[in-house]
Design a protein. Sequence first.
Length: 397
Amino acid sequence: MEQMQVMLKHLYDQYHYSPRAVRELHMIAEALEEKVLKPSNHHGARWLPYVHRAIKIVCDSYEVLLAHFEDMASMERNPKPSATVIGRAKQVTGYLKNYDDVLFLHFMADVLNHLATLSKTFQKDDLTVCQAVESQEACFWDIMSLKTEMGPQMAKVHHAVQESGEYKGVRFRNPTSTLEAERTAVIDSIITHLDERLKDLQQGGTVAKFRALDPSSWPVCDRTDPVARERFRQRGLDEMRVLATFYKELLAKAGILVDDFISEYNQYKMFAQGRAAVPMRELFMSILQSEERQERFKSLVPLMKVYLILPISTAVCERGFSTMQRVKTDWRTSLSMLQLQRLMFLSVEGPPLERFDAEAAVHRWWSTCQRKRRPGFNPWEFRRGLQQQQEEELEEL
């Protein structure tokens, strides 16, 4: 792992500080008729996207990068690079021509692909508890499978070397390793950290108990089979008792008893079993938007509201910083905090631009606004005009 990080740093340093190296890289890619991307930094505010992108670039541009660094390490190159560049090129070339290192690099690409899928799921604004739990479990199983089975990227290298003894024109020595020990160590470490970070979403956690309200997780109710009927009746009762205990203060404020809570849950199961294909979010909204259904399941309504507003991730908060920078530009530095909050709320929680009807807002702005209206004002043209005026005044002086 440390060798891989050192190699990624060498790649980034070589092309980040040398425009000439970037030009040479693109020239080699054009000669080889291959596509290439400039290696990126693997250190950043978010570990996963930076490392994932850096490794993916090396895997996709392996042939071009190796050819360029072999050229830089060559003693026949004229003009001769500095000793630092030659040493860096030899280290990168040695890494990219080592079978175990290349295989491990592609193994990490497979692992990070699964983690990136989980990360993108957690970045959704409409993510629900059940979706988060299911995505986490799926990610765990996908990563665990890499202990015994090779992922697409790793298998691509392994099969090519086993068939011809080389990969993308590079012949390796003793290509027999499958990195079983290294794969197990990396995966166990990742699973341990994910369990610690996402422990609230584990099957035994309180948040995961909301799956008892998901009809797609219930067994089939066969009325002709007493065993299946009893299994369906018992499913979810323990989870609902845990939720009733955890939210007892909320239920007590609404005047809801635990017995009524469990009784209405059984009615809800009969109502929802025929709607297993409907997502939980839409199912709950159909109940909350109907007064008759709200009265029917009034003991479960507080729990449904909690489920719909339960924050699963902080992605929307992180995007709020970028939204604030877009809203409060250098031309709008005098915005009050209240107005800034309103504009950010519209940007974060509002509909997409293509679905937004601005007619009512424009009419209100035009008819009731308190400040001077300048619909044709372009701040950038104003700035250019001001600069030209200042230049003319300087010339006159």
